[in-house]
Design a binder for this molecule. Sequence first.
Ligand code: NAG
Ligand code: NAG
Ligand code: NAG
Ligand code: NAG
Ligand code: NAG
Ligand code: NAG
Length: 662
Amino acid sequence: MKYQLLSIIFTIIALTKVNSFYFNFPTFQQSDRSTKLLLSKFANIYKDAIQVTPDNRGEIENYSGRAFYIKPYTLWNKNKLSSFNTTFVLNISPQTSPGGEGIAFILASDTSLPENSAGEWLGIVNASTNGTSRAGILAVEFDTRQSSTKDGPHNHVGININSIASIVQASLDNTKVNLSSGIHVTVRIQYFNDVISVFASMGDYLLDSMETILVSPPLNLSSYLRQEVYVGFSASTSNYTELNCVTRWEFNGVDIGSKGKLLWIIWIIIPLVILIGGFVFLFLYCRRKRSDEVQEDAYPRIEDQIQHSSMAPKKYQLKELVKATNGFSHQNKLGQGGFGTVYKGILGNNKEIAVKRVSKDSRQGKQEFIAEVTTIGSLHHKNLVKLIGWCYEKKELLIVYEFMPNGSLDKYLFNQSRELELHYSKVLDWKTRNGVIRDVAQALDYLHDGCEKKVLHRDIKASNIMLDFDYVAKLGDFGLARTIQKRNETHHSTKEIAGTPGYMAPETFLTGRATVETDVYAFGVLVLEVICGKRPGNVYAQDDYKNSIVYWVWELYGNGKIVSVVDKRISGKGDDEDERVKFEEEVEIVLILGLACCHPNPNKRPSMKTVLMVLNGEASPPMVPIERPAFVWPAMPSSFKEGEDSSLINGTLTPFTELSGR
Ligand SMILES: *[C@@H]1O[C@H](CO)[C@@H](O)[C@H](O)[C@H]1NC(C)=O
Ligand SMILES: *[C@@H]1O[C@H](CO)[C@@H](O)[C@H](O)[C@H]1NC(C)=O
Ligand SMILES: *[C@@H]1O[C@H](CO)[C@@H](O)[C@H](O)[C@H]1NC(C)=O
Ligand SMILES: *[C@@H]1O[C@H](CO)[C@@H](O)[C@H](O)[C@H]1NC(C)=O
Ligand SMILES: *[C@@H]1O[C@H](CO)[C@@H](O)[C@H](O)[C@H]1NC(C)=O
Ligand SMILES: *[C@@H]1O[C@H](CO)[C@@H](O)[C@H](O)[C@H]1NC(C)=O
């Protein structure tokens, strides 16, 4: 009901939005003569074309003619000038040598043909209106004959205002376009930002091979022409003759409409919108009263939500961030993801920052924005990307982080395109990779157990792990993070399917719940990735795990060849036997730990505490079966009990209950 009302409102808004003034004549028919066109006395429709000067055999000399589209076009109003594009095909067949005189595309206040406008006047003006505002005409002339010394050469294009003399003209001699060849010539004329541009090509509607013929200086047509003009063509012959035909014509202009129309719209639409708005408000109000549940789409203002959260990070002004990032310039771009784009910025005090600009059509909506700012903003750990501030202005959602000079982890792990390889030519050695794994483990342990609220990250993957100057890893991108109250140990899960395929635990597809254990699973996949230098594989369903890195490593582990999975770039140097043995021992422990985290049964996965102990050499890795156990359902994660709803409690995130279709 609510959606229907909203859609009605949007439809109305769309209807009142700028319309276009459009027509298209792929060909001309006799019936267009009075229904769609206004033709002067001798102009004619013949053989699917407008003959602007007629083809009545023997009587072709000394004619002028005009042809207009039947409806006037609003060229300007109080506030603005319109803009338009028009494309047409001319066919000029000279009957003398040279032919005469030419044809013009015109915008005229008056549709009537001036008397005695044949010959050199092109049907545009006559001897007495020439050069006066009475003419009320703009013409783009396609002139085939030099009729006076002031006129351009035979084959030229010019722009004329109220006069047969051009304010700007261009010879076609150095172009491929020959008006007098008897062949179709396609012309496109644009009026945009006060400038008229003319393009042309030989042939029928060859839009891609058009040459730019002429670009006018800025022309504020409101100074010369009436508000409403008729668009069309004029042409003339003298004792030099030709057939002046138009065979196609398309026109597309912005319809800025007339005042009367606008008033009409205002008087009808605005009260209607207010009325419907009132209904919607009433409806929402009643519904809200009826249930205490907070509605997921009745967002309070973003600011309130963020500022009510206990540790709100700094709010920046849009203009500060625009300045810092050089206006979100391309040069400052650090990366792009499904959520939007990340830019490098420099604040006034020379502090380097990274600014995530959430793109308007990204999957990261306001909910994720708020989740990210409020969760990560209140967390402080050396292995979490620090969130410095945020901004929500003019519909821009921006998040400011500390700048990570070495970018994201994925760029170092996988085979990249050549360009990227140059950028990230550094191969991370085993020591660094091991450090990265430990850093991420510490971050996760802190989220799961170390901070006031339990936080699920829900989107652990290589591209969300950032490296600082010393290659210390920090976990970032908390767009999907959810807080879970710690007091109540049973509320360890949240109900939305989210995350990245390949990193999602098998039970996710059945329970649809994120838990501490699903974070551990994703961490396990990450460990394998970091050591193997391979992507996790495309796994969209629980029965298709055969392609995944987990399956692959497990199999080699079963064959006693687990060390063979190690990225060749770090396993190669085996000169020193002792060192090689030590390396293989270390790497094997971490690989087995990774597999343990990827146990299909969530109960069997270690906690992040245990993971850290193993990484620090304080415990041996958990036992991992030689064969990857089958995933057995139901497999309850120890932290999740059926019957207790996992929707979040209190705090900042309560409005978001269930998301679907992620
Ligand atoms: C056309 O005009 C020219 C000069 O104005 C004149 O010499 C010629 O006879 C005219 N032709 C016709 C057919 O009226
Ligand atoms: C005219 O064409 C240009 C370029 O193709 C386009 O940017 C502009 O929006 C068009 N204007 C209208 C009114 O169609
Ligand atoms: C020019 O055209 C106008 C309007 O059609 C007409 O009144 C005027 O007499 C014409 N002038 C000449 C010299 O023919
Ligand atoms: C244009 O074409 C005509 C007919 O083919 C030819 O006589 C004339 O010389 C050409 N003009 C130019 C400028 O090439
Ligand atoms: C065009 O000129 C008119 C006055 O002649 C002026 O009011 C209007 O602002 C100008 N428009 C533009 C876009 O320059
Ligand atoms: C047209 O008339 C002019 C003189 O009025 C003459 O010089 C020219 O040769 C004529 N052209 C043709 C094609 O008859």
